[in-house]
Design a protein around this ligand. Structure first.
Ligand code: SF4
Length: 62
């Protein structure tokens, strides 16, 4: 699973970081980014929760 954030539609709400802090982080630009290339096994559920909780649908997980 490869997590990705589309910064063009991220609003920097921080929900993804709150749910999956080992996968997503809000950076200095105020927008989220994926901090891992591949989601660790134990973080898969959190990563999917974060994707589903993103208010703008900015997260994709391939
Ligand atoms: S939940 Fe979505 S809109 Fe909010 S910071 Fe994360 S990627 Fe951006």
């Amino acid at each position: 699973m490869k997590p990705k954030v589309n910064k063009d539609i991220c609003i920097g709400c921080g929900a993804c970081q709150a749910i999956a802090e080992k996968v997503f982080e809000v950076g200095n630009d105020g927008l989220a980014e994926a901090i891992v290339d591949v989601v660790p096994e134990e973080e898969k559920e959190n990563a999917i929760d974060a994707k589903e909780s993103c208010p703008t649908g900015a997260i994709s997980i391939e």
